[in-house]
Design a protein around this ligand. Structure first.
Ligand code: CO
Length: 140
Protein backbone atom coordinates (compact mmCIF):
# COMPACT_ATOMS: atom_id res chain seq x y z
CA UNK A 1 0.00 0.00 0.00
CA UNK A 2 1.28 3.45 -0.89
CA UNK A 3 0.95 6.21 1.67
CA UNK A 4 -0.24 9.56 0.29
CA UNK A 5 3.12 11.36 0.23
CA UNK A 6 2.23 14.52 -1.70
CA UNK A 7 -0.15 15.56 1.08
CA UNK A 8 1.69 17.68 3.61
CA UNK A 9 4.44 18.71 1.19
CA UNK A 10 6.26 21.83 2.38
CA UNK A 11 8.04 24.53 0.38
CA UNK A 12 11.78 23.83 0.19
CA UNK A 13 12.92 26.53 -2.22
CA UNK A 14 11.98 28.86 -5.06
CA UNK A 15 14.27 28.48 -8.08
CA UNK A 16 15.13 31.64 -10.01
CA UNK A 17 16.98 31.61 -13.34
CA UNK A 18 19.74 34.22 -13.59
CA UNK A 19 22.34 35.04 -16.25
CA UNK A 20 25.04 36.09 -13.73
CA UNK A 21 25.14 34.57 -10.23
CA UNK A 22 27.21 37.28 -8.53
CA UNK A 23 25.13 40.11 -9.99
CA UNK A 24 21.90 38.30 -9.13
CA UNK A 25 22.80 38.11 -5.43
CA UNK A 26 22.70 41.90 -4.97
CA UNK A 27 18.94 42.53 -4.76
CA UNK A 28 18.45 39.60 -2.36
CA UNK A 29 21.29 40.59 -0.07
CA UNK A 30 19.84 44.13 -0.13
CA UNK A 31 16.73 42.54 1.40
CA UNK A 32 18.90 41.17 4.18
CA UNK A 33 19.18 37.62 2.86
CA UNK A 34 22.52 35.86 3.18
CA UNK A 35 24.04 33.31 0.80
CA UNK A 36 24.35 30.05 2.73
CA UNK A 37 25.70 27.73 0.06
CA UNK A 38 26.94 27.69 -3.52
CA UNK A 39 27.75 24.71 -5.71
CA UNK A 40 27.88 23.45 -9.28
CA UNK A 41 25.35 20.76 -10.21
CA UNK A 42 27.15 19.16 -13.15
CA UNK A 43 24.23 16.94 -14.16
CA UNK A 44 22.00 20.03 -14.61
CA UNK A 45 24.79 22.22 -16.05
CA UNK A 46 24.13 24.96 -13.49
CA UNK A 47 25.85 26.81 -10.68
CA UNK A 48 23.44 27.46 -7.82
CA UNK A 49 23.39 29.67 -4.72
CA UNK A 50 20.98 29.21 -1.81
CA UNK A 51 19.74 32.07 0.37
CA UNK A 52 17.53 30.97 3.31
CA UNK A 53 14.22 32.84 3.53
CA UNK A 54 12.68 31.16 6.57
CA UNK A 55 12.50 27.88 8.44
CA UNK A 56 13.46 25.19 5.93
CA UNK A 57 12.94 27.38 2.85
CA UNK A 58 15.32 29.21 0.53
CA UNK A 59 15.75 31.15 -2.68
CA UNK A 60 17.81 29.12 -5.19
CA UNK A 61 19.55 31.19 -7.86
CA UNK A 62 20.41 29.09 -10.93
CA UNK A 63 22.99 30.20 -13.48
CA UNK A 64 23.90 28.20 -16.60
CA UNK A 65 27.47 26.87 -16.77
CA UNK A 66 27.36 26.05 -20.49
CA UNK A 67 25.24 26.75 -23.58
CA UNK A 68 23.55 23.31 -23.35
CA UNK A 69 22.17 24.08 -19.87
CA UNK A 70 18.37 23.94 -19.57
CA UNK A 71 18.61 27.22 -17.63
CA UNK A 72 20.32 28.84 -20.66
CA UNK A 73 17.36 27.73 -22.79
CA UNK A 74 14.93 29.12 -20.20
CA UNK A 75 16.76 32.48 -20.09
CA UNK A 76 16.81 32.71 -23.89
CA UNK A 77 13.09 31.98 -24.09
CA UNK A 78 11.67 33.84 -21.09
CA UNK A 79 14.44 35.93 -19.58
CA UNK A 80 15.47 35.95 -15.91
CA UNK A 81 12.83 35.12 -13.32
CA UNK A 82 11.05 32.40 -11.36
CA UNK A 83 11.92 29.01 -12.85
CA UNK A 84 10.47 26.43 -10.43
CA UNK A 85 8.97 25.78 -7.02
CA UNK A 86 10.44 22.94 -4.98
CA UNK A 87 8.51 20.99 -2.38
CA UNK A 88 9.94 18.65 0.21
CA UNK A 89 8.26 15.27 0.48
CA UNK A 90 8.85 12.59 3.10
CA UNK A 91 9.45 9.79 0.59
CA UNK A 92 10.46 10.80 -2.94
CA UNK A 93 10.10 7.36 -4.53
CA UNK A 94 6.65 6.91 -3.02
CA UNK A 95 5.63 10.41 -4.17
CA UNK A 96 6.79 9.69 -7.75
CA UNK A 97 4.94 6.36 -7.81
CA UNK A 98 1.80 7.90 -6.32
CA UNK A 99 1.75 10.82 -8.79
CA UNK A 100 2.58 8.63 -11.80
CA UNK A 101 -0.28 6.38 -10.72
CA UNK A 102 -2.58 9.39 -10.93
CA UNK A 103 -1.35 10.22 -14.45
CA UNK A 104 1.07 13.04 -13.64
CA UNK A 105 4.10 13.23 -15.94
CA UNK A 106 7.66 13.99 -14.92
CA UNK A 107 10.19 15.92 -17.01
CA UNK A 108 13.36 13.91 -17.64
CA UNK A 109 14.65 11.25 -15.30
CA UNK A 110 12.78 10.92 -12.02
CA UNK A 111 14.43 10.71 -9.59
CA UNK A 112 17.77 12.24 -10.50
CA UNK A 113 20.65 13.92 -8.62
CA UNK A 114 20.06 17.52 -7.48
CA UNK A 115 21.87 20.17 -5.44
CA UNK A 116 23.18 19.35 -1.98
CA UNK A 117 23.42 15.63 -2.74
CA UNK A 118 19.62 15.41 -2.78
CA UNK A 119 17.60 13.24 -5.11
CA UNK A 120 15.00 15.28 -6.97
CA UNK A 121 12.25 14.94 -9.58
CA UNK A 122 10.58 17.55 -11.77
CA UNK A 123 6.86 17.38 -12.53
CA UNK A 124 6.14 18.47 -16.08
CA UNK A 125 4.78 22.06 -16.14
CA UNK A 126 1.94 20.85 -18.36
CA UNK A 127 0.69 18.83 -15.40
CA UNK A 128 0.92 21.76 -12.97
CA UNK A 129 -0.80 24.67 -14.68
CA UNK A 130 2.36 25.92 -16.37
CA UNK A 131 4.51 25.82 -13.23
CA UNK A 132 7.63 23.65 -13.11
CA UNK A 133 7.51 21.81 -9.76
CA UNK A 134 10.51 20.06 -8.25
CA UNK A 135 10.15 17.45 -5.52
CA UNK A 136 12.97 16.68 -3.11
CA UNK A 137 13.61 14.80 0.09
CA UNK A 138 15.48 17.89 1.31
CA UNK A 139 19.06 18.23 2.49
CA UNK A 140 20.40 15.41 4.62
CO1 CO B 1 15.59 23.57 -7.31
Amino acid sequence: MHPAPPAGSTLDHIGIAVPDLEAALAPWTALGLVKAAEETVASEKVRVAFLPIGPGAAIELLCPTEPASPIRAFLDKRGPGVHHLCFKVADLDAAIAELRGRGYQFAGDAPRPGAGGCRVAFLHPKAMGGVLVELTTGHA
